[in-house]
Design a protein around this ligand. Sequence first.
Ligand code: IMP
Length: 427
Amino acid sequence: MPVLALVGGQWGDEGKGKVVDQLAESADVVVRFSGGDNAGHTVINHLGEFKLHLVPAGIFTSRVLCIIGNGVVINPAVLMSEIEMLNKAGVDTSHLVISNRAHLVMPYHLLLDELEEKSRAGKALGTTKRGIGPAFADKTNRLGIRTCDLLDKDGLKERLTMVMDSKNTLFTKVYDAPPMSLDKIYDEYCVYADFLASYIKDTSVLLTQALARKQLVIMEGAQGALLDPDFGTYPYGTSSSPLSAGGSLGAGIAPNRIDKVLGIFKAYCTRVGNGPMPTELFDATGDEIRNIAHEFGTTTGRPRRIGWFDAVAARFSCFINGLTSVALTRLDVLDSIPSVKICTAYELNGELIDYFPASVADLEKCRPVYEELSGWNSPISHVRKFTDLPLEAQRYVRRIEELMGCEVGMTCCGPSREQVIHLKSVI
Ligand code: IMP
């Protein structure tokens, strides 16, 4: 049985939650590997509709071991309420395990995210304000507090005292803000420690065992390739790597153990937050797609920016992720659009280019070159076989496949677990 890394191919919100929920039925382990509660994975299944921020979307299949990997930054308050919400809805969470190496999002990270965004003024990144950037910065700066620290309350106090000393200096001397109370944060985190202690384990041991038993492991990504700190639209991106390579580090699975990489792409593009998006639509078609698809952020509720499918960016995403197949989600959203466009190249400074530029200034200057295809003007939400799709929809999928240079293994035609068309096995 293989190890499958499942990653976002665009700017996040591609529907990874739905695909993980679907594939988890045949998996043994699902491990979330990056991001934090900036992610919002929506799952609709026989138990109801759920918006998950930290718990892996495999949680609904009770025999699946669900791991929050070392690469995730965890806000324990959010995780606690997510577990309680799931339990209330009758979802068993006894098969959830949290890596003892994962870093914690602390109250001062939330405040710093807010203050840093304010100080960027007109150049704000449009973060989710969940403290993600500051938490990953502390990890790299060796000022982080980890889940294993929750298991040693004396050690936690000592570490918190040292870290908060430097944070409070920053708040009072740089931002002219009041200091935060060490005792209040310590007491709060002791409550989380008591609640989460039984979930915190050395997950690398569990994953080693799963691999030895040749179990099917799904690595669940968050966000999307174009938000990657190295390859995305830097600095307009997130702070941990959503790529398959990030998955290796963030789950604790060596790169040579990953057999397949499935990239999730929407049949069009969306983006939340600021930064370049070459195919963005500012017209009535963009509004129509936003309304049909209800494109508002799961985590922040912000309206998502809408654009045509960008095959230049998608090809880049295929390459840097090493995709072995693609899942194309939300195809049904385009049902009533009379003609659909795909961006096949950019025009930059009067020249045609087929690569994704590194510089934000260049990306902002890129003009998309489109190929226009007829729409299918009929509902497809009931279709379960590719050949039963209207020919125009088949052509749209095949053209995207051709331009990306990667096979489409599945496509989704509605939000529920069943509304999936399988073209070939992705596992
Ligand atoms: P942060 O990750 O909260 O620091 O936000 C940085 C950028 O990534 C902002 O543009 C966010 O809107 C974007 N972002 C973060 N998480 C997600 C996600 O799950 N989906 C889509 N965009 C995201």
